[in-house]
Ligand binder design. Structure first.
Ligand code: DC
Length: 231
């Protein structure tokens, strides 16, 4: 049975960087579930679907074809044979993805796709509902968080690296808080701390320290003798 490490937390908490490195060290394929909600959003916008119309999004979700396969240590997603790349990483997609992610049909399609990925092997999956809804039964469940200030600071650095137009730290923080609110108050599979998760606040930790904490805990939780729910 393939093993799964599930990591949830608000945007900008460092889930992607941490999951990528932990996955590399353990030989687990990294899965960025947010990319799927971003792809759904990108497809809606590209096809003229009104992202404030839930019924239109639900109808569109049924026809969206996303392929997935392992590429260099992670699961890559393809639309019409192409990886969307940075086209799904713009502030416009970020702002609209929280809305698209509220639609039940979208969540059901993404959840089914994520669960099917165990056929490729051991996974480290990060997102907002991985510990609560997608893989609630895995013993290795983490909640990675950080203060809004730390998250805004990191997000701004990432934006600059991608050459995305500069926004003030305050503007980035406000956008993050708006997304946190949508992600944690939506009706279906909201972001919340599941019972039995191991929580890490990375506000004052370096990336290396956060990776070390996740690695140590994941190894003990996934060890054959580890008892379920041990945290
Ligand atoms: O992690 P991210 O910023 O790439 O996520 C994009 C959006 O998708 C964000 O608004 C939260 C949503 N999301 C979700 O609802 N459930 C997940 N498992 C992952 C992301």
């Amino acid at each position: 049975m393939p093993k799964v490490i599930a990591i949830d937390g608000p945007s900008g908490a460092g889930k992607s960087s941490v999951s990528r490195i932990v996955g590399e060290k353990l030989g687990f394929l990294h899965v960025d579930s947010g990319a799927l909600y971003r792809i759904m959003t990108w497809l809606c916008l590209k096809n003229g679907v009104d992202v404030s119309d839930q019924a239109a999004i639900a109808a569109f979700a049924a026809s969206a074809a996303i392929e997935s396969r392992p590429v260099a240590g992670h699961i890559a997603f393809f639309v019409d044979g192409e990886e969307p790349g940075d086209r799904i990483r713009t502030p416009e997609i970020s702002a609209n993805a929280s809305k698209v992610a509220t639609v039940k049909e979208v969540r059901d399609a993404v959840t089914a796709l994520l669960r099917s990925l165990v056929s490729f092997g051991d996974l480290i999956v990060e997102g907002r509902d991985i510990t609560t809804a997608v893989f609630p039964d895995t013993p290795a469940k983490f909640y990675l968080t950080a203060s809004a200030e730390a998250r805004a600071r990191r997000r701004r650095i990432q934006d600059a690296e991608k050459g995305i137009a500069d926004r003030s730290q305050e503007a980035v923080k406000e956008a993050l808080l708006a997304r946190d609110k949508l992600d944690s108050t939506r009706r279906y599979a909201p972001l919340r701390k599941a019972d039995g998760v191991f929580e890490i606040d990375s506000s004052d930790l370096t990336l290396d320290e956060t990776v070390a904490a996740v690695l140590e805990k994941a190894r003990s939780l996934l060890a054959p003798s580890a008892s379920r729910g041990d945290s």
